[in-house]
Design a protein around this ligand. Structure first.
Ligand code: SF4
Length: 303
């Protein structure tokens, strides 16, 4: 059992120390096809609960060993918002965190619960997953505990965003032939243009999944990102080194591409060949491209 893990360097969040609220076993109200943990029966509450005192003792000890932590990330082998003492825990972390930031990674399923929203409102950043905008997709991909539905999740997110002024980040994990269809992306886009999160991270499977499901290619991810409104800061999460052919872009093509979808440094690195990168840099120096930072990620847009 290890409550604390890391530090893990993250380009988006800095050097992160993780807290696992369910270190002994998987306790989750989803059984996602793509989960990196073994399949497990879904639950709606933890039966194995670590005390706040034990978590804080482990955290304080780890912070003594690692003095340069930027962010304390609360997560779990499962869903961290099912931890019954989350509100009390974040109050205790906030007392000792000093200049460090706090972040929680949740599957979003409990956001319709006012107690959960209250606990999450005490974090510096909140990242919620939303793989599906329809119940048909949710049941197929995330396989939730009985009674969880997309309408409640989406209404809960809207309610949370009304009062949460820190960054709310949404993550969508795409799985081939499950949530990469137009029905889902159209509805997700509609919802996200209403929600206006600080950033939307889109990713695909990159570690062995619990069930037999397939990842999307980087090209598929680029095409999906273009289905969203250009005003949305969509960040394609690059966990693996990409093996794609880099293309040559002229000035106009670069500006047109950035007008249709803002690109991150990772996208530029993956897509542009060396000559295109020089043209891109010249356009940036000339003020024809502007940089907008969305919660730690720079996006480049046509000025
Ligand atoms: S929400 Fe996370 S931990 Fe739970 S099944 Fe899905 S991927 Fe696994």
């Amino acid at each position: 059992m290890s409550i604390i893990f890391g530090p893990i360097p993250s380009r988006r969040f800095g050097k992160s120390l993780g807290i696992d609220l369910s270190p002994n076993k998987k306790q989750c109200n989803f059984d996602c096809l793509y989960c990196e943990l073994k399949p497990a029966k879904t639950v709606d509450k933890y039966d194995d609960v670590i005390s706040v005192a034990d978590i804080m003792a482990a955290l304080k000890e780890a912070l003594l060993q690692h003095k340069d932590i930027d962010v304390i990330t609360v997560t779990a082998n499962g869903e961290p918002t099912l931890y019954p003492n989350l509100g009390e825990l974040i109050d205790e972390i906030n007392k000792i965190k000093e200049s460090r930031k706090t972040l929680i990674l949740s599957n979003g399923s409990t956001i319709s619960d006012a107690n959960v929203r209250n606990a999450l409102s005490k974090f510096d950043s909140v990242k919620l997953s939303l793989d599906c905008a329809t119940d048909k997709c949710l049941k197929k991909l995330d396989r939730p505990f009985a009674g969880i539905c997309t309408a409640d999740i989406m209404d809960g997110m809207i309610e949370f965003k009304k009062s949460f002024k820190n960054p709310l980040i949404v993550e969508i994990l795409f799985v081939k032939n499950i949530n990469d269809n137009t029905e889902e992306t159209t509805k997700l886009n509609e919802f996200l243009t209403q929600l206006k999160p600080a950033r939307i991270d889109i990713s695909t499977i990159d570690r062995p999944p619990a069930y037999k499901v397939e990842a999307l290619s980087y090209e598929d991810m680029i095409n999906i990102s273009k289905l969203f409104d250009p005003s949305l800061p969509i960040y394609i999460v690059h966990r693996k080194k990409l093996e794609i052919t880099k293309e040559s872009y002229g000035e106009e093509e670069i500006l047109k591409t950035l007008a249709s979808r803002p690109l991150s440094d990772d996208d530029i690195d993956a897509l542009f060949d060396d000559k295109s990168k020089v043209i891109f840099q010249n356009l940036l120096n000339a003020g024809k491209i502007k940089i907008i930072n969305h919660s730690g990620v720079d996006f480049y847009k046509s000025a």
